[in-house]
Structures are given as structure tokens and as C-alpha cells.
Design a protein around this ligand. Structure first.
Ligand code: GUN
Ligand code: ZN
Length: 431
């Protein structure tokens, strides 16, 4: 089935840090043609009109569906939990809630709400933490398959957690193997070996994670790195022989170009050099970093080393599922360290940059011909204030205002594989 959409189109396929302004592709009056879920043509309406069926007009700014490079679905109901930094927050709020995911029905109910909330926020792909329970992975993948979303996930490995939330090196390995066989490559789904973080895994379990990756070079590795100063100190105390936090993972074969590290705030230069050399990626999580008092990601340091970056909400430490809001907070985190994050680069991080971390950048993130047609219609007049600030403004001003003032309210519609997966009940207004 051939379907054409006429709209203002915007995408940023490469990091403007490396590619400059040429990275930005913008058609102020564009045509996007989709066949069987795949983009088959894109360009100025004036050039393409007449070659395709009568288009549907989308009132708004169309950008690629957002890609959340780090989020925890079992923490949906723990968002906005008061009063603690990372380690105490985990003990007091998160671990008790994650124990409930031993119940598959509970996991299925939360997974359904979570994925619908992603769609309402314009997010069509995500790298997701479930819990230690294999059934929490099944619940998420089943729900993602039903919605045709691109989801990468994998059972959390943790054998040093609290009672009721532990596996063992052997069960973690065996359950991961079975889940990879069951889910990796099915529909739009992918698997990530997911040791929770260095402190929740024994040496034996970290070694099993490395062995899993050796055996399955097609999957990702997903974990947390250097998020909080107390966490970093505890890792240094437990691993006195390691050069730094990243080196702990490296010693177990967990640092490769298919690795995604969330946070990476407190990094020595050596870690940055090693991240660059390995090709591993970093999911920047500004909303979470602010909420847990973890610190601000150092864009200047990351850019000096040429690190591969994406953007993650990290809900439930993150306080919003909106990648627009997260992009706006990334700007503010950068500025706190006297760096600038321009709105086009922020859009890159929220789309093609995160897609590259997930190794799906050939499929999604830029609305290029041959890619899957996941896209979002942004409404620059979603709120009175946004309308007032963006009326008559140029593209950069509108995009920045959407990031600073916008959130899920600015998502007029979300399309998955060329089909509308969510539409705002509000009448949409022109951008
Ligand atoms: N480090 C280990 N587990 C977690 C988690 O659930 N959230 C965050 N933000 N950091 C972690
Ligand atoms: Zn996290």
C-alpha cells in the first residue's frame, strides 16, 4: 500500500558536531511517501507532487520517531519517588517495586501502559531495562510486538541484589540464552545482555555476561556507568585493581562497540579514551541526573574524545517520558558546564544518535528512503505559551522552543511503520 504525507519535514541523520550544518535535512513543504511501512520517497512537495497518490496533509513539523536510549519500564510507577540519591533510592523505592514483576500479569499491565506512554510521547524505539525476572522480558516483548515498536531489552542480571530480586550466574546465563533464542530478531525486537551495574553483579556473573556476548555477537550490552559519586567510590573499593569504573566492565569483555553505557557522568580521561577506542556509546540521561542529584553530563569532555552519544529518559529516575523535555534538559545540563547543545544536535541525539547506539540507524532515526516510516507530528502551538513563542519564528527557534517548553502535549500524532499509532484528541494547529 502506497501512502503519501505532505508536511514540513525535518531530520538530522548525523551528529552536527562531526558533520556540521549539512547534517540537517529540512523540507519546509515536503512529501514523504511510504510503501508497506518503508519510506520510498522524500523531497520537496513541488518536485514530487503528481508522481504519487493524493497526499494526506499533516499539520505540524514532522520529525523521526524518538529513540529513547535508556529507560526502565518497571519503574513507570516509581516516577517521582522522593528524597534519595541513587543507592538509597534503589534500596528504598526501586527494588521493592521491581519484586512485583515476578507476576507476569503485573508485568504485562505495566508494559502495556509504558509502551502506550512512549507512543503518546512520540517515542517509537527504545532500549529498555526490564527486571531480573525472565517473564518481565516476555511481557515487554509481547506488548512491543503487538504495537510493532522497535524495542531492545534483555533480562537484568543481578546476583548481589536484595532478597527476592536475585538470579545466580548460572540461571542468569541460562535464562538469557533462552530469551535470546525466543526474541532476538523477531519482528522489530532485539536483545541486550543487561548486567544491572557493577555493584549488583558478582565477578562470576560479570564473567558470564562477557561469555554471553562472546557467544552472541549480534546482541547489545546495556548497563550503567559512573552515575553517582558514592557509587563510583563503592566500585573503586570493591575493585581496587581496576584502573577505573569502565575498566571493571572491560576486564569482563563488556566494552565493545555494541555496548551502551547510561549516564557516564564521572569519567576520568582514561575512560573516555577507552570508550572512544572501543566504539561504545553513552546514553546521556539529563532528567534523571538532575532528579537524583547525580551531576551534569560533561559534553565538552565527551566531544573532545569524539564519543558516540544518544539520549535517554531513564524513567523512573527520569521525570518524563518525553524526549522533547529530555532534550531541553540536556541543553540546560550542557549550559551548566558552559557548553552549548544546539537544538538540531539535540534532535540528532534523540533520534539518529540514539538509533546508532542501538545499531538500528540503518532502519530508523532519519526518515531517509529505505528506512522504516516511524515519525512524529509536532505541534508548535500545543500550548498557549508555545504558540506565542513560536508564531512566525524560524525553524531553529521553533525547535528550541519545542525542546524547552514542549513535552508530550506537543505530540499531535505518532506513526509507526507509516501508520498512525497515536493521535492527540486535541485539534492540531499549524506549526
Ligand atoms: N544503577 C543501577 N540500577 C539503576 C537504576 O535502576 N536506575 C538508575 N538511574 N541507575 C541505576
Ligand atoms: Zn537507568
Amino acid at each position: 500500500m502506497l501512502k503519501a504525507y505532505r508536511a514540513e519535514l525535518l531530520s538530522v541523520a548525523r551528529d552536527p558536531r562531526d558533520a556540521g550544518p549539512a547534517a540537517v535535512r529540512h523540507e519546509s513543504d515536503g512529501l514523504l511517501v511510504v510503501e508497506d511501512g518503508i519510506v520510498v520517497a522524500r523531497g520537496p512537495y513541488a518536485e514530487l507532487a503528481g508522481k504519487y497518490p493524493e497526499p494526506e496533509v499533516l499539520p505540524g513539523l514532522v520529525v523521526p520517531g524518538f529513540v529513547d536510549a535508556h529507560v526502565h519500564y518497571p519503574q513507570t510507577d516509581c516516577i517521582a519517588s522522593y528524597g534519595e540519591q541513587l543507592l538509597d533510592w534503589l534500596d528504598k523505592h526501586i527494588f521493592p517495586a521491581e519484586k512485583a514483576f515476578v507476576d507476569k500479569a503485573h508485568a504485562a499491565a505495566v508494559a502495556a501502559f509504558f509502551l502506550d506512554e512512549l507512543l503518546r510521547s512520540g517515542t517509537t524505539s527504545a532500549l529498555v531495562y526490564p527486571t531480573v525476572h525472565a517473564q518481565s522480558v516476555d511481557a515487554l516483548f509481547e506488548a512491543a510486538l503487538a504495537r510493532r515498536m522497535r524495542v531492545v531489552s534483555g533480562k537484568v542480571l543481578m546476583d548481589l541484589g536484595p532478597e527476592g530480586l536475585n538470579d545466580t550466574p548460572a540461571t542468569g546465563r541460562a535464562e538469557s540464552e533462552a530469551l535470546i533464542r525466543r526474541w532476538h530478531g523477531r519482528g522489530r525486537l532485539g536483545y541486550a545482555v543487561t548486567p544491572r551495574f557493577a555493584l549488583s553483579c558478582s565477578d562470576e556473573q560479570l564473567a558470564e555476561a562477557g561469555a554471553l556476548l562472546d557467544e552472541h555477537p549480534e546482541v547489545l550490552m546495556h548497563t550503567h556507568l559512573a552515575e553517582n559519586v558514592h557509587e563510583v567510590a563503592a566500585v573503586a573499593a570493591r575493585f581496587p585493581d581496576a584502573a577505573d569504573y569502565l575498566d571493571v566492565y572491560d576486564r569482563f569483555g563488556l566494552v565493545t562497540q555494541r555496548s551502551v553505557f547510561a549516564h557516564a557522568i564521572h569519567l576520568p580521561e582514561r575512560s573516555c579514551a577507552r570508550l572512544r577506542e572501543s566504539g561504545a556509546g553513552v546514553a546521556v540521561c539529563p532528567s534523571s541526573n538532575l532528579f537524583l542529584g547525580s551531576g551534569h553530563f560533561d559534553f565538552g569532555q565527551a566531544d573532545r574524545h569524539g564519543l558516540r552519544l544518544g539520549l535517554g529518559t531513564d524513567v523512573g529516575a527520569g521525570t518524563s517520558f518525553s524526549m522533547l523535555r529530555t532534550a531541553g534538559l540536556a541543553y540546560q545540563a550542557a549550559l551548566a558546564r558552559e557548553d552549548r547543545l544546539d537544538p538540531f544536535r539535540a534532535l540528532y541525539l534523540a533520534t539518529a544518535g540514539s538509533a546508532a547506539l542501538l545499531h538500528i540507524e540503518d532502519r530508523v532515526g532519519a526518515l531517509e528512503v529505505g528506512q522504516e516510516a516511524d515519525f512524529v507530528v509536532l505541534d508548535c502551538a500545543a500550548t498557549q505559551l508555545l504558540a506565542r513563542r513560536t508564531g512566525g519564528a524560524d525553524l531553529a527557534t521553533r525547535l528550541f522552543a519545542l525542546q524547552i517548553l514542549g513535552d508530550e502535549r506537543a505530540i499531535a500524532a505518532t506513526y509507526v511503520m507509516g501508520e498512525c499509532a497515536w493521535k492527540s484528541p486535541k485539534p492540531s494547529t499549524l506549526c
